[in-house]
Design a protein around this ligand. Sequence first.
Ligand SMILES: [Zn+2]
Length: 128
Amino acid sequence: MEKCVYCGKELPEKPVDIQVKNTTFQVCSDTCEAASQEYLRKDKKFKTVLYGIVLLTAIAVLISALSGGSNMLVAHIFQIAVGIAFFIFPYPISYFTTFRSCSISTVIKICKVIGVLLALSGILFIIL
Ligand SMILES: [Zn+2]
């Protein structure tokens, strides 16, 4: 049984098609279609922002680690930045086919949870 790429529910008898590049995906309703289109529009725009912040953070953490960890504050600040980025820009998926096994709404939820956890743990590390 095929599932709606947006909400993950089973598809009704007459699903709605959405065309992404050369692949057709199916969603269960007009609401899910609109939400998917909106997500794809934003994904295109903000994916580079998310990837950029993650890359910057990886570099910052690496530099902190190489400098003997004396500068972990910077790493934690970047960790909070990544957390916020994941929360605001939940677009980590490069291949839209991923949504066949994990719906868009699930990906958004996971991103928000990861984002909150990263930001909170970053704040805790700084306070402690
Ligand atoms: Zn749906």
